[in-house]
Design a protein around this ligand. Structure first.
Ligand code: SAM
Ligand code: FES
Length: 350
């Protein structure tokens, strides 16, 4: 199996059957071999820097009904909230003082935030902090809307494809949603000039190794700047309440594979990874990730943005999360960078 890892390291891709064989035959020893190579490539590209992104979860209203998601429309028990522009700007102020130079605005697909309102928010953040990057994670929009947000100053867009397999996509989402549209959005975003992130949940219900292979091949084809992967974790008020969470070791293994496929990709060790294991984010970095996303949302709304059960950091102040992360990264020999942390190919300061 080490041969396959060496081949992946050299060629940046494998044949579908080879990916399947590699994933199917993973072992602790093989993982360690993969992670060493992944760390080597991460360090070659970004040194021992870990980039931090300040996550602002600004609305938990959503018109969609994804079966896995705790803030889906049909969850009548979710206590809904929206942040005002002033509250969002206040989160950015706090974040800036803590050394954040990227803000991630994430939310459900909420019609309250019209293009006009979003453009005003984006422009205001940029006016206050011209040295910061804005990442949006607002779901599927028209190409015109994406372009308008980009022209207003948004730099990056996260839109996980969730699964690259049509049938699997259909088992995770109601029929109104389509994988084809999601993929189309990702191509539009890239064309417009965003730094783009796709991604998927590891261990989501009905996921097979073949699905994972399709995910990897789609990622290779899209060639994104960022890839967000984290374990699926059940939420008690969703149709998947009784499903099992995705495994830690498989998530780490896939992080390692993705680093080998795309050596300069921005790869977060996600909050979900930190939720299924107390050292999940550190292990993620040691498997090849190079980004973490501490929470900047106001403490009184944190526990309402509950995508899955037992989400960590819901009671902590932004400053606590920031310094906790610094200690965690230093404990494994990495350091938190005060920087926009652009993808290498898009970094105008180099
Ligand atoms: N509405 C936007 C969108 O669709 O991209 C952004 C918000 S959505 C909640 C962000 C991501 O959370 C999704 O892409 C999904 O992969 C992840 N997510 C949702 N429910 C989850 C769960 N139960 N476990 C792990 N991740 C989950
Ligand atoms: Fe819309 Fe989860 S169903 S954010």
């Amino acid at each position: 199996m080490k041969k396959l890892i060496n081949k992946l390291y050299r060629n940046r891709v494998l044949e579908p059957e080879e990916f399947k064989e590699l994933i199917g035959n993973r072992s602790p020893e093989l993982s360690e071999y993969l992670f060493e190579k992944a760390r080597e490539l991460g360090i070659q590209n970004y040194g021992d820097d870990v980039y931090i992104r300040g996550l602002i979860e600004f609305t938990n209203y959503c018109k969609n009904d994804c079966y896995y998601c705790g803030i889906r429309k049909s969850n009548s028990k979710a206590e809904r909230y929206r942040l005002t522009k002033e509250q969002i700007l206040q989160c950015c102020e706090v974040g800036y003082k803590l050394g954040f130079r990227t803000y991630v605005l994430q939310g459900g697909e909420d019609g309250y935030y019209t293009d006009e309102r979003m453009i005003d928010i984006i422009q205001s953040i940029k006016q206050n902090h011209p040295d910061c990057a804005i990442t949006l994670s607002l779901g599927e929009k028209s190409c015109e809307t994406y372009k308008a947000f980009f022209d207003a100053g948004a730099d990056r867009y996260l839109l996980r494809h969730e699964t690259a397999n049509e049938e699997h996509y259909g088992r995770l989402h109601p029929s109104q949603m389509s994988l084809q549209n999601r993929k189309q959005c990702l191509y539009h975003l890239k064309e417009i000039g965003y730094q783009v992130g796709c991604g998927f949940m590891v261990g989501s219900p009905y996921q097979t190794t073949d699905c994972l292979v399709e995910d990897l091949l789609f990622i290779k084809e899209l060639n994104p700047h960022m890839v967000g992967i984290g374990p699926f974790i059940p939420h008690h008020d969703t149709p998947f309440a009784d499903e099992e969470a995705g495994p830690l070791e498989l998530t780490l293994f896939l992080l390692g594979i993705i680093r080998l496929m795309l050596p300069s990709v921005l790869l977060p060790a996600t909050t979900a990874l930190g939720t299924i294991n107390p050292r999940g984010r550190e292990l993620g970095i040691l498997a090849g990730a190079n980004v973490v996303m501490p929470n900047l949302s106001p403490t009184d709304v944190r526990s309402k943005y509950l995508l899955y059960d037992n989400k960590i950091c819901t009671g902590d102040e932004a400053a606590e999360c920031r310094y906790c992360m610094q200690k965690r990264m230093e404990s494994i020999g990495y350091h938190v960078a005060v920087s926009r942390g652009d993808h290498k190919a898009m970094d105008k300061s180099i």
